[in-house]
Design a protein around this ligand. Structure first.
Ligand code: APR
Ligand code: PHB
Length: 388
């Protein structure tokens, strides 16, 4: 088979890239290791920046997001039982959209099916070849048959554990990493959220987050240990751990119920540099990970895809490689700022150490955030998403 761009991975990065390229008449094939149902079964964050919304609109898949997504003008932070609100709209003129990543993935899959662009699910043993030559190839097996795609470019959108980054000679990559000694235990439940805005919670017992998917579906997280096992967290234990971290009003508003999903995610910051290796371009989680505290994972995948799709259009339409040559540098500039913000939110809101000095610093950071208009504006500017 022959295509212009072979895309590895049908997560949000690969699907969005495929859709934007297809709109511009650039042929692409997506190879995904899992089935579509498996990909749609993964529950992830759900806060979308305005720039990400605009990209989904450009890709022609924004209709359901506009109908069902919830626009949030502000975000709340509760510190040791006292709730504070930051108005994103007043501070930046911008808002964010709360719409689950699973729904975005579904909209992108439906959009791709509508235009008839090919996705090969259950592709096994995907392997990248000749990325430093003129004619890269991707081999894989499908239904037990060996297959090959010859292409102009490979987009590695296959997430943190994918094959693309691992195919690059290790000496060609510099990896930066911070692993936090904690995880998030999350549950989804068909109960109304405690507030109509997201609430991040700093408490001596540990971090919590009250989020939502709709006016009748809540998503809650609490900080947990990396050694924790979901099986040791029956629903009641979760609710009992969450409630005392909230302010009185939220405690009174908390409606508990059976969980419909429960999982533990480790927290990690990771960046691989550069993001281009010959004709292989990495995008999304394949190149970088942020802890979920700033809700930047999907939004960063989208900004990579925006830079990469523009660069590929420039290559094919304007016959210029300037965008491809600058891709890595441009993407990394935005990535590092989001890494900084996600790290800062993580360090400021979690109970990471037992050191009283660290706790006082957290409280000072947060007090400054609520009292200084400049600090609040800087927070809001990052939370709604920095410009491309
Ligand atoms: N071959 C083919 N596909 C693969 C391979 C492989 N060897 N390895 C991984 N994949 C697929 C995975 O099954 C997954 O569907 O690549 C896809 C990568 O998707 P994501 O992990 O969702 O990554 P990305 O598209 O970059 O999305 C970034 O999603 O993971 C969240 O926090 C992240 O919100 C961020 C966003
Ligand atoms: C979520 O709703 O899953 C969510 C929201 C905000 C975050 C992380 C996760 O920062």
């Amino acid at each position: 088979m022959r295509t212009q761009v072979a895309i590895i991975g049908a997560g949000p990065a690969g699907l969005l890239l495929g859709q934007l390229l297809h709109k511009q008449g650039i042929d692409n094939i997506i190879l995904e290791r899992q089935t579509a149902d498996y990909v749609l079964g993964r529950i992830r964050a759900g806060v979308i920046e305005q720039v990400t919304m605009d990209l989904l609109d450009q890709a022609g898949v924004g209709a359901r997001m506009h109908a069902d997504g919830l626009i949030h003008d502000g975000v709340q932070i509760c510190v040791d039982g006292t709730r504070h609100r930051l108005s994103l709209k007043d501070l930046t003129g911008k808002t964010v959209m709360v719409y689950g990543q699973t729904e975005i993935t579904k909209d992108l899959m439906d959009g791709r099916a509508t235009v008839g662009a090919p996705t090969i699910y259950s592709a096994n043993d995907v392997s990248l070849h000749d990325m430093f030559g003129d004619r890269p190839r991707v081999t894989y097996s499908s239904k037990g048959e060996p297959r090959e795609i010859v292409c102009d470019f490979i987009a590695g959108c296959d997430g943190f554990h994918g094959v693309s980054r691992q195919s690059v000679p290790t000496e060609a990559i510099t990896a930066y990493e911070r692993v936090y000694p904690l995880g998030w235990l999350g549950i989804l439940s068909d109960t109304p959220p405690v507030s109509d805005e997201l609430m991040y919670v700093r408490h001596p017992r540990g971090f919590a987050l009250c989020s939502m998917r709709s006016p009748t579906r809540s998503r809650y997280y609490i900080q947990c240990s990396l050694a924790d096992d979901v099986a040791a967290w029956p629903d009641q234990r979760f609710w009992d751990a969450l409630k005392p971290r909230l302010d009185e009003q939220a405690q009174a508003a908390l409606v508990t119920g059976p969980s419909i999903e429960k999982s533990i995610a480790p927290l990690r910051s990771f960046v691989a540099e550069p993001m281009r290796f010959g004709r292989l371009f990495l995008a999304g989680d394949a190149a970088h990970i942020v802890p979920p505290t700033g809700a930047k994972g999907l939004n960063l995948a989208a900004s990579d895809v925006q830079y990469l799709s523009h660069a590929l259009v420039e290559h094919y339409v304007e016959k210029s490689d300037a965008g491809l040559d600058r891709y890595s540098e441009r993407a990394l500039k935005r990535i590092w700022k989001a890494e900084r913000f996600s790290w800062w939110m993580t360090m400021t809101l979690h109970r990471i150490s037992d050191n009283a000095f660290d706790h006082q610093l957290q409280l000072a950071e947060l007090d400054y955030l609520f009292r200084s208009k400049s600090a609040a504006a800087a927070f809001a500017e990052n939370y709604v998403g920095l410009p491309y």
